[in-house]
Design a protein around this ligand. Structure first.
Ligand SMILES: *Cc1c(COP(=O)(O)O)cnc(C)c1O
Length: 222
């Protein structure tokens, strides 16, 4: 993908409907790239490393909404608790407890999504459907008053098999629809990345996390 952030953003905005929120995934990308997207009107950015996100938060315009989309290390929650606007990948009750504690210290309520493991791969983090159902029906999450659970996140199997991806998203969406009846706060279904956001939107996603399609390939070696 050619690096033309402005054009890439324009293209993707044409493809998404109004009810879908675009999270521009800027992990590993320099501030100039984020500012280019910012000038094109983008205000929501996603990062997967807490320290990288807080460094960017310090330097960049304060009307940016920062989403933590990656795996969260409990001992680093304190570094983002004062500003993070949505945590996508909550996958244990211990983590809920820590986020709640840090949110309370900052006198905030932090919005969180529960990550559900929907892919085949063993490596992807997340709750099983059953665990989430148990957590929700037990109402234990309600005792964490400085957390608002607002929905679910899932990552499909990394495969060219579109039918497989499609059925994984479909299953997560039907779970989401069922849970919406249980709690009015469940409004967000975060699914879809550069390679599969179109399928995800067809299957009911209302929040997509798109990185390389906007910013170009990531260079992890730096
Ligand atoms: C990196 C990342 C993305 C974006 O991936 P792209 O393929 O570059 O769009 C989305 N979600 C999560 C959780 C990620 O870590």
């Amino acid at each position: 993908m050619e690096k033309n952030i402005y054009e890439n953003l324009k293209k993707i905005r044409k493809e998404i409907s109004k009810n879908v929120t675009l999270v521009a995934v800027s992990k590993t990308k320099p501030q100039e790239d984020i500012l280019e997207a910012y000038s094109a009107g983008q205000r929501i950015f996603g990062e997967n490393k807490i320290l990288e996100m807080s460094a960017k938060y310090e330097e960049l315009p304060k009307d940016i909404e920062w989403h933590m989309i990656g795996h969260v290390q409990r001992n680093k929650v304190k570094y983002m608790a004062s500003f993070v606007s949505l945590i996508h990948a909550v996958e244990s009750e211990k983590l809920l407890k820590e986020i709640n504690k840090r949110a309370l210290q900052n006198d905030r309520v932090i919005d969180c999504l529960l990550q559900i493991h929907i892919a085949d791969e063993q490596t992807k983090f997340g709750f099983s459907y059953q665990e989430v159902e148990d957590l929700i029906s037990s109402k234990v999450y309600k005792k964490y008053e400085n957390i608002r659970l607002v929905g679910f996140m899932g990552m499909a199997t990394n495969t060219d098999d579109k039918d497989k991806v499609s059925s994984e998203f479909e299953m997560l969406n039907s779970f989401f629809c069922k849970m919406k009846n249980v709690d009015d706060n469940f409004k967000i279904l975060s699914m879809g990345m550069s390679g599969d956001y179109k399928i995800a939107m067809e299957k009911g996603s209302n929040m997509i996390r798109v990185g390389s399609y906007i910013f170009g390939k990531r260079n992890y070696t730096k």
